[in-house]
Design a protein around this ligand. Structure first.
Ligand SMILES: Nc1ncnc2c1ncn2[C@@H]1O[C@H](COP(=O)(O)OP(=O)(O)OP(=O)(O)O)[C@@H](O)[C@H]1O
Length: 247
C-alpha cells in the first residue's frame, strides 16, 4: 500500500488555508496522526477519503487517483473511512447497515450482504447482527463503523479520533482489535491519545498548522522525548516537544 498526498492545498474559506502545499506518503502498516486541535488532521483525512476536494494537488493510492468517475469508484472502494461520529441508520439492523455501506461502495447487494456478516464477525459483533444500531453502546457503535470500512475490502482505513469518549476498557478492546486487523489492512488513525502509541503503531506523523513536524518510526519519535520524561509518558513528551518547536 502506498498512499501519496502531493502538494495539496485546502481552505474552508478563500482567505485561510488549512493545508498549503502538503506532501506526505503513507506506507503499509499502522500510522498515527497527531496534532493539536485545528491542526488539519480531519481535513487531511477528509481529502484522502474524497469527502473534501483539494484546491490544488492530488492524492493517489497505489498510483490510482480519484480524478475520473471510473477511477474514483475504484479508489473509494480501496479506502475506508471511519468519521468522528458513527451514526446508526434508523430502521436498519447492524448487518443491514454494514451491507448498505458495502453497497454504497459499489458492491452487489448479494456480495455486500455476505461480506457484512464476515466484517461484523471480525470486529466482534457477530452476536449482534440482528440488533438495531440504536440499541448498541458507544464502543459497539465504533466497532460497527469499523465493520463498515472492512466490508468492501478496503486496503487502507482512515479513522478520525476513534477512541474519543470511550472508557479505558473499550479503548483496550479497540487497541486489540486494531492490532489484529492491521495484519492485513493498513490504518491511518487521528487521535489525541498518546499513551498506547508504541503498542499499536508503526509510524507517527505530527501535523501542526497544516505542516508536518515529524514523520517517522515510533522508536525514533520516542527517542526525541527529553531525558527527564517519565517512562510512561515518552510519547506525550516527544509530541509536546515537536509542536512547541518553531516551524
Ligand atoms: N466545516 C468547516 N468550516 C470552516 N472551517 C472549518 C471546518 N472544519 C474545520 N474547519 C477549520 O479548519 C481548521 C482545521 O480543522 P480540522 O478539523 O481539520 O483540525 P483537526 O486537527 O482535525 O482538529 P481536532 O483535533 O480539533 O479535531 C480549523 O481551524 C477548523 O476551525
Amino acid at each position: 500500500m502506498k498512499l501519496e498526498i502531493s502538494h495539496c492545498a485546502f481552505g474552508y474559506r478563500r482567505t485561510r488555508r488549512v493545508l498549503d502545499d502538503l506532501s506526505l506518503t503513507f506506507d503499509s502498516g499502522c500510522t498515527v496522526l497527531l496534532g493539536p486541535n485545528g491542526a488539519g488532521k480531519s481535513t487531511l483525512l477528509g481529502i484522502v477519503a474524497t469527502a473534501l476536494s483539494p484546491a490544488s494537488g492530488h492524492v493517489s493510492l497505489n498510483g490510482l487517483t480519484p480524478s475520473s468517475r471510473k477511477s474514483r469508484k475504484e479508489y473509494r472502494k480501496a479506502v475506508g473511512w471511519l468519521p468522528q461520529h458513527v451514526k446508526p441508520v434508523a430502521g436498519l439492523k447492524l448487518r443491514e447497515q454494514v451491507a448498505y455501506a458495502g453497497w454504497l461502495k459499489g458492491m452487489s447487494r448479494r456480495d455486500a450482504w455476505d461480506s457484512a456478516a464476515g466484517a461484523l464477525h471480525r470486529v466482534g459483533l457477530a452476536e449482534l447482527t440482528n440488533r438495531s444500531g440504536r440499541e448498541v453502546s458507544g464502543g459497539q457503535l465504533r466497532r460497527l463503523g469499523i465493520a463498515q470500512t472492512l466490508v468492501h475490502g478496503a486496503e487502507v482505513v482512515l479513522m478520525d479520533e476513534p477512541t474519543a469518549g470511550l472508557d479505558p476498557h473499550q479503548r483496550g478492546v479497540f487497541r486489540d482489535l486494531l492490532t489484529e486487523l492491521s495484519e492485513d489492512t493498513s490504518f491511518i488513525v487521528s487521535t489525541h491519545q498518546t499513551e498506547d502509541l508504541a503498542d499499536i503503531f508503526d509510524t507517527v506523523i505530527v501535523l501542526d498548522e497544516g505542516i508536518v513536524r515529524y514523520q517517522g518510526t515510533v522508536p525514533r519519535f520516542l527517542a526525541e522525548a527529553p531525558p527527564d520524561a517519565a517512562p510512561g509518558r515518552l510519547a506525550e513528551a516527544a509530541y509536546i516537544g515537536y509542536i512547541s518547536r518553531e516551524a
